[in-house]
Design a protein around this ligand. Sequence first.
Ligand SMILES: [Cu+2]
Length: 437
Amino acid sequence: MTRFTPSMRKGVKFLALLTAMFVFAACAGDAELDTRSNLAGPEAQSIESFMRVLLWITYIVFAFVLAITVEAWRRFRIKGDDYEDDEFPAQIDHSKWEIVWTIVPALILVGVFVFTLGLHNQLNSSEENPISLVVGDGANVEWEPEIVVVGQQWWWEYQYHFGDVELTAQRIETLPDADITTATQMVIPVGTEIELEITSRDVIHSHWIPSLNGKRDAVPGRQSAPWKIQADEPGVFFGQCTEFCGLSHSRMRMQVIALPMAEFQEWVTAQMEGVELSPETAAYVADLAAGGTTAPEGTEQRAVDTFRTKCASCHVLDGVTNGIVSRPEEQLVSGAAPNLTHFGTRTTFAGGIVNVWDPDTGDFNRNQLGQWLRDPSSIKANFTEPVSEDDARLRGMPNLGLTAQEVDDLVGLLEMTGAPPTVDGDSEFLISETGVE
Ligand SMILES: [Cu+2]
């Protein structure tokens, strides 16, 4: 009888643990990015139904092949080891069987192919389904729900265009300014098919919200064929960039927030306005925008002044950066930085890895925002060295060497940019469901 040595026993234990690890890793039912549960829309559900049929086909083929292997072994095995080579005659006279085992797998593959084509067609088609929205000064528009999705190192931008703009054929560089621009957070109305126009400003990324649909690459200079998502219930659905795109690829997350139609309308209304400043500061901004040189008075105006001189070259903040044309393309490889006008209405920043609102207290997360402004690379790796000798542009948010006072002022200014969206009048759910570790 064989006896196990201690090292063999260790080896067996290790293998058992490794197997258990893989088995249980596949079982995390509440994982944010689980592709087979948490399905929240028709597209993700069709992919799942297709997967189920495909898996059953593979189970049956696997069981069948295993069965005939075992049967062949049972029937033709030779006991002992005294055998002659001629006991293994060449198998050349089974052409009927050969035809069968060529045609049957081919038929299975053709079947899978036809179903795959059908599913692809379904996922890539879109329906006209305009919804009525009030935008701007009470103007009513019929909005064909379409959102431009722009990947860049290392965050996602979402643009909403309510005017009569042909999005599909246009490159991102040629699109007019959007009516609403957000970062990291896409807000959609519940039960409505939303068409996504996915593209990139720098390298290839891939947009993926597993609860709502499969992946779609974001390729610079191109817009995807319509790709769509639909959420059947209000909620938060997480996603992650799934095409390796450089240093902070793993920190390029995003979320979709699905709101009931009335709350979506409220969100739209709020997003169309600039930041609300005190009347004195608003007058101060108007003066600066007209070329005035008044000195700032008080904290709020000092913050506005700092933002206009140190941040406005990359970031837009409507109501504060008035009269300044941001030129991020001169400093950033991607040519864009997040629009900060409604920073406070989001639940996460820096590619979904930091909370804007403290999930325990519900307070504005001054600490980590301050840290981000003092030293962004302590929160998220970025690449601040120039691209090459003759290209000085950067990737990510640079360290601007701000003073403690400037950081404090700017945090205060960003805190004025809004409150998080609510579901059924409650924002607690949203600010605790951010997926930030
Ligand atoms: Cu990416």
